[in-house]
Design a protein around this ligand. Structure first.
Ligand code: BG6
Length: 504
């Protein structure tokens, strides 16, 4: 049987080849935006690095009624356009030769029959049962439909191999919906087969938070309420909502980024050291952090008004195509919360995210308490600032620690300086995309970087009351901020004494 050629590249650090059982990946929503921009290029890059299972097939399922070859051509174009490296024609040809397409609507039984046929053909051709990974990259209303149909058609199990289902976000839009979706999914599948994706967990720099905390002895002693003054997690974006009004206007910043990505960053920052890095040991510790968070009272939401961004005037959110002109949806959200446990009691944690802010930056900044006594002359002390430890997720991936240093000269004067570790210079390789790592993990059956059912439920428990409160507020209560700015002035109201937002 033809296999996708393996091309190990010694310069690439991260994605060495694990022995993975032969796998057929099925992408529901194979003509969708995520498949084109992220999933297909990720599969290509795994093939390029020789990281895919040695025997691998891909089946895309979607509504458009097109033959296999047209889909292959579309996939080729997407990979050429969005891959992080220029595709090698030979690797690409070999990969596309293993791609098939099944057209139809997701509630139509005949597509599952056809899918079953295609899957069997691949198995028979190879003479072994392939593992099956079903990736649900569709509108969320289809998640329970597809899982239900997989069950009805006996595709939820496969003798002699594993069946896994990857579910994209959003996993519900409120807690009761997430619980119901979990119930439906788990009535067909076992939790060990379910991979709820949060792509932030696949980012190298997010995983580095764990390495940073648990592979270095020097941070643990200060990682608590005795030394840490406050924490700030920022996920700012410069872009607007693009063509996603249909989704975004129903979601808003709180659901889109805070409920999932930002709370996940928070759990990694605050969790206790796990006993092992097995999926359940890590997730047991993460869920305890969520469990210790009360739904916050201190919140600010806002929406962007027209302003200068990307060197030109850009429209207000309500003027974006597809957005109702009285939309109450927030494009900015900020909260102050606490993790009420022994380690973190009393440490304010600020979260903020927004579209159309001054720049794209995702970072976690941990500010330590000021030194207890300054022995320097008043004049020399001016530059003494509390140490800040910044984990930059993007851009300029790395970790920075600010320190007070003596300015050269006869006088004892202090100035903050930075000690920096940058991924770009420390490792001479390009980081894999989050989706590469996560697809690989789903194929290997490693759920460490995926969200467990109890985590999702806890995340919604924290967010639901805020949604309820915001939903009952009058429209007049929704502040605005200029597109291209650092966000609404109202965000300052969340800060406790002596704390400051970092500049976006
Ligand atoms: C997605 C959100 O989950 O994350 C988008 O739906 C957002 O609105 C995106 O733009 C941000 O991801 P990244 O990897 O670009 O930070």
């Amino acid at each position: 049987m033809a296999t996708v050629e393996q091309q190990p590249n010694p310069l690439i650090e991260g994605l060495e080849r694990f022995p993975v059982h032969p796998t057929t990946l099925v992408i529901f929503g194979g003509t969708g935006d995520l498949a084109h921009r992220k999933l297909l290029p990720a599969v290509y890059n795994l093939a390029h690095e020789g990281a895919l299972p040695e025997r691998f097939n891909l089946i895309a399922v979607s509504r458009s009624d097109i033959p296999h070859d047209d889909y292959r051509q579309m996939a080729r174009e997407s990979i050429v356009k969005h891959s992080r490296r220029k595709p090698d024609e030979q690797v690409l040809d070999k990969l596309l030769a293993r791609v098939r397409y099944v057209p139809g609507t997701f509630d139509d039984d005949s597509i599952y029959e056809r899918l079953d046929g295609e899957l069997r053909e691949f198995d028979e051709e190879a003479g072994i049962p392939f593992n099956r990974v079903f990736y649900l990259s569709t509108a969320p209303e289809f998640f329970p439909v597809i899982v239900g149909k997989l069950g009805e058609h006996g595709l939820d199990q496969h003798e002699g191999s594993e069946v896994r289902v990857v579910i994209e976000k959003p996993f519900g839009t409120r807690r009761h919906e997430a619980l119901e979706l979990n119930r439906q999914v788990l009535s067909v599948l076992d939790e060990s087969q379910v991979f709820r994706i949060d792509h932030y967990l696949g980012k190298e720099t997010v995983q580095n938070m764990l390495a940073f905390r648990f592979a270095n002895g020097m941070f643990e002693p200060i990682w608590n309420r005795n030394y840490i003054d406050y924490v700030q997690i920022t996920a700012a974006e410069d872009l607007g909502i693009g063509t996603r009004a249909g989704y975004y206007d129903k979601s808003g910043a709180l659901r889109d980024l805070v409920q999932n990505h930002m709370l996940q960053l928070l759990t990694l920052l605050c969790m206790e050291p796990p006993v092992t890095f097995s999926a359940d040991d890590v997730r047991d510790e993460k869920v305890k952090v969520l469990h210790a968070i009360k739904p916050p009272e201190a919140t600010v939401r806002a929406q962007y008004a027209a302003g200068m961004a990307e060197g030109k005037m850009v429209p207000a959110y309500r003027e974006e195509e597809g957005v109702p002109d009285d939309s109450p949806t927030e494009t900015y959200a900020a909260l102050r919360l606490e993790v009420d446990n022994w380690r973190w009691e009393g440490v304010p944690i600020y979260l903020r995210t927004g579209k159309r802010l001054a720049r794209k930056v995702t970072e976690i900044a941990v500010t330590l308490k000021p030194v207890p006594h300054l022995a320097f002359e008043a004049e020399g002390s001016i530059g003494v600032k509390p140490n800040v430890l910044v984990m930059a997720v993007q851009p300029n991936e790395g970790v920075t620690i600010s320190l007070g240093a003596k300015i050269p000269g006869t006088r004892m004067r202090i100035r903050p300086v930075n000690m920096e570790f940058l991924y770009g210079t420390a490792f001479l390789s390009q980081s894999p995309e989050a989706y590469e790592r996560l697809l690989m993990d789903a194929m290997r059956g490693d759920a460490t970087l995926f969200t467990r059912d109890d985590e999702v439920a806890e995340q919604w428990r924290i967010i639901d009351p805020i949604l309820e409160r915001w939903g009952s507020e009058k429209d007049g209560a929704l502040p605005t901020y200029l597109a291209g700015s650092g966000g609404p002035v109202e965000a300052a109201q969340l800060l406790l004494d002596g704390h400051a937002w970092r500049t976006i």
